[in-house]
Design a binder for this molecule. Structure first.
Ligand SMILES: Nc1nc2c(ncn2[C@@H]2O[C@H](COP(=O)(O)OP(=O)(O)OP(=O)(O)O)[C@@H](O)[C@H]2O)c(=O)[nH]1
Ligand SMILES: [Mg+2]
Length: 385
């Protein structure tokens, strides 16, 4: 399953609360305040990883909760910090924060039992009042049925991060600080402070993770134009190839290698059809993956195998790209005539050149390895590597 959009519920760990305790030992009947500090809550960290190609892990585990810090203890023992959680996401993941939706649903019951407390804290100006277990909230996981649905509405979401490079990290939610124990509040005038700080709550929220594949060249064309055949011919990618439309159902990335060790990533997206910008066919859902490409290859079936005319295809493809995002049309574009091995292709190409005179066309046969060297050079120039 290819998942490129997912809604997650992230929550950093809460800080542990500080402890109120007094040391009592043999020969030290008044050992002074000894409450340890609470540990900090764990962070939720996202990290881009080039070994991943979609967000399937987050689809199955949308709850990204880090550990809470432990509470401080007597005898000056500090609580252990909560463990961070590191979530690996594919390179090209955008992170949107959904406003107005808290990860803590309303009506959450707060755990009031406070068995660890040694002394109930009085109100002291300057110290944060300990509020029972206000931050020690265990929130029930959302309904199992409530699985992330594709095509999320981003109108009330703001972009907070874009993880493009392998290893790049982003702290999605910062853990809360641990509270200070009462030993920190001892002064010469108040030698037995009866209070300690609560831990701070960790950040939380609902986020949308959206993958936009990081490829340098995007291949677009009608179904059956030969996109997957072309990708197979120029790279080691092995997408399925077949003589029926919508063979390719998910974006496929191939790496084209050159003699001087340079590499170029090419992304084959499912075929576009008229109305793709309105989500007809599979188009809309996958056009986002070529949004970041440096150049776009428009692949035309010059033999008109499916009964369409190449110049109509070309015009329609440009319309779809422009309607989806006008920036797509401003990118460098390479027009490629495929299936040139077929008899009717030469005639169609002549007509195409008449109808679209100013556009240079590269002629190839992806299946029979014609014109591929020139094509590889052209995409390299377009990507400027
Ligand atoms: N004669 C000829 N046939 C080709 C050529 N390139 C591809 N084909 C055939 O065209 C058909 C479709 O090829 P695909 O590579 O699956 O096309 P696609 O554009 O990836 O199609 P979708 O994944 O459905 O969008 C297959 O039967 C290929 O064998 C070519 O250069 N010449
Ligand atoms: Mg294909």
């Amino acid at each position: 399953m290819f998942i490129d959009e997912v809604k997650v519920n992230a929550r950093a760990g809460h800080g542990g609360r500080g402890c109120v305790a007094f040391l009592r030992e043999a020969y030290r009947p008044k050992g002074g305040p000894s409450g340890g500090n609470g540990g900090r809550g764990g962070d939720v960290i996202l990290q881009a990883d080039h070994d991943l190609n979609n967000l399937i892990n987050q689809y199955y585990v949308p709850k990204l909760w880090a550990e809470n810090g432990e509470h401080g203890l007597g005898k000056g023992m500090d609580g252990r910090a909560g463990k961070d959680i590191l979530i690996k996401v594919p390179c090209g993941t955008l992170v949107w924060k959904v406003s107005g939706q808290d990860s803590l649903p309303s009506g959450v019951t707060v755990d009031e039992t406070d068995e660890d407390a040694e002394v109930a804290p009085p109100v002291i100006p300057g110290a944060i009042r300990r509020q029972g277990g206000e931050f020690a909230v265990e929130v029930p996981l959302d309904d199992a049925e409530d699985k992330p649905k594709p095509a999320f509405d981003k109108s009330n979401a703001s972009l907070v991060a874009d993880l493009t490079h392998h290893g790049e990290q982003f702290i999605l939610c910062k853990g809360g600080r641990g509270g200070l124990g009462n030993r920190n509040f001892a002064t010469s005038r108040r030698q037995s402070p009866q209070y300690a700080q609560p831990g701070e709550p960790g950040e939380d929220g609902i986020y949308l993770l959206e993958l936009r594949i990081m490829a340098e060249i995007g291949l677009v064309g009608y179904p059956n134009a030969g996109k997957s055949t072309l990708l197979t011919a120029i790279s080691r990618a092995r997408p399925k190839i077949a003589a029926y439309p919508f063979t390719t159902l998910t974006p496929q990335v191939g790496i084209v290698e050159y003699a001087d060790m340079k590499r170029l990533t090419v992304c084959d997206v499912p075929g576009l059809v008229e109305g793709a910008h309105l989500n007809v066919g599979l188009g809309h859902a996958f056009l986002r993956h070529i949004q970041r490409c440096k150049a776009i290859v428009v692949l035309l079936d010059m033999a008109g195998t499916d009964g369409r005319l190449p110049w109509d295809d070309y015009r329609q493809l440009l319309v779809e790209l422009e309607r989806y995002n006008p920036e797509m049309i401003a990118k460098p574009r390479i027009v490629v005539a495929n299936k040139i091995d077929e008899a009717v292709a030469a005639e169609n190409l002549k007509k195409f050149k008449k109808r679209v005179p100013k556009t240079p066309v590269i002629q190839i046969s992806a299946a029979f390895d014609q014109g591929l060297a020139e094509f590889k050079e052209k995409i390299r120039q377009a990507a400027d590597i």
